[in-house]
Design a binder for this molecule. Structure first.
Ligand code: DGI
Ligand code: FE
Ligand code: FE
Ligand code: FE
Length: 187
C-alpha cells in the first residue's frame, strides 16, 4: 500500500515549516474538493501535499533540470514562481517516486492553470488558492464560489491572479495568458 506518512516526512524535510503547513492544508482542502466533485481522493490528497515540493530549490537546480529534461528553453526566461510547478514535477517524479501522470500534471498546472484541465487539475489549482491559511482579500469569496462550482472558481482565480500580476508589472508566462483567454474571455 502507498505510504502517505512516509511521503509526508519527505515533503516536510524539503520545506520550511510554514510552507509544509501550506502543503498539508492544500492536501486537506483538495480532499474536500474531491469529495464535492467525485474525484479520486487519494490522488487529490497526494497531489495537494506535493504540489509545492520543489518551491525552495535553488535556481541552479531548476536550470539543471530544464536542461536534463530538454524542456522548452523559454522557461529559462522565468523564475521560481513558474518553475516550481512545471519543472518541480520532475523532482517529485525522481525523488518521491510518484509516476502517476494525473498527479504530475496537476502539479505542473497548479500555478498557471491550462487551456484544458482535468477535474484533479482544477482541484489542486483551487485547493492551493482557497486553503484555510490563505488570507488575501479575495480568498473568502473564492472559497464560496469554488464550493458551489469548481469551474467558476478556476475562472475567478485566473482573473484575479492576472489582475494582481499586472498591478505588480510581473512578467506573465504565456500559459497564464492562454488559460485566462480560454477560461475568462472565451467562456
Ligand atoms: O506556490 P504558491 O505560492 O502556493 O502558489 P502558486 O504556485 O499558485 O503561485 C505562485 C506565484 O506565482 C503567485 O504569486 C502567483 C504567481 N504567478 C502565477 N502566474 C504567473 C505568476 N508569476 C509570474 N511572474 N508570471 C505568471 O505568469
Ligand atoms: Fe505553488
Ligand atoms: Fe495555485
Ligand atoms: Fe501552493
Amino acid at each position: 500500500a502507498f505510504d502517505f506518512a512516509e511521503l509526508n516526512q519527505q515533503v516536510r524535510a524539503q520545506l520550511s515549516d510554514y510552507r509544509y503547513q501550506h502543503c498539508v492544508r492544500t492536501s486537506e482542502r483538495a480532499v474536500q474538493l474531491a469529495k464535492l466533485n467525485n474525484c479520486n481522493l487519494d490522488k487529490a490528497q497526494i497531489a495537494g501535499l506535493v504540489h509545492d515540493y520543489a518551491k525552495e530549490r535553488s535556481d541552479a537546480d531548476f536550470i539543471a533540470m530544464i536542461k536534463q529534461e530538454k524542456l522548452d528553453a523559454n522557461l529559462l526566461n522565468y523564475g521560481n514562481a513558474i518553475w516550481h510547478g512545471v519543472v518541480g514535477a520532475y523532482f517529485i517524479k525522481y525523488e518521491l517516486g510518484i509516476y502517476d501522470e494525473d498527479i504530475l500534471n496537476a502539479v505542473r498546472r497548479h500555478t498557471t492553470g491550462d487551456i484544458k484541465m482535468t477535474t484533479l487539475d482544477k482541484i489542486v489549482f483551487m485547493a492551493d488558492y482557497t486553503e484555510p491559511g490563505r488570507d488575501f482579500p479575495e480568498a473568502t469569496e473564492a472559497r464560496q464560489i469554488t464550493d458551489q462550482d469548481l469551474d467558476a472558481g478556476v475562472r475567478y482565480q485566473l482573473e484575479h491572479t492576472l489582475e494582481h500580476l499586472l498591478q505588480k508589472r510581473s512578467q506573465i508566462y504565456p500559459l497564464t495568458i492562454e488559460s485566462y483567454n480560454e477560461w475568462v474571455v472565451n467562456k
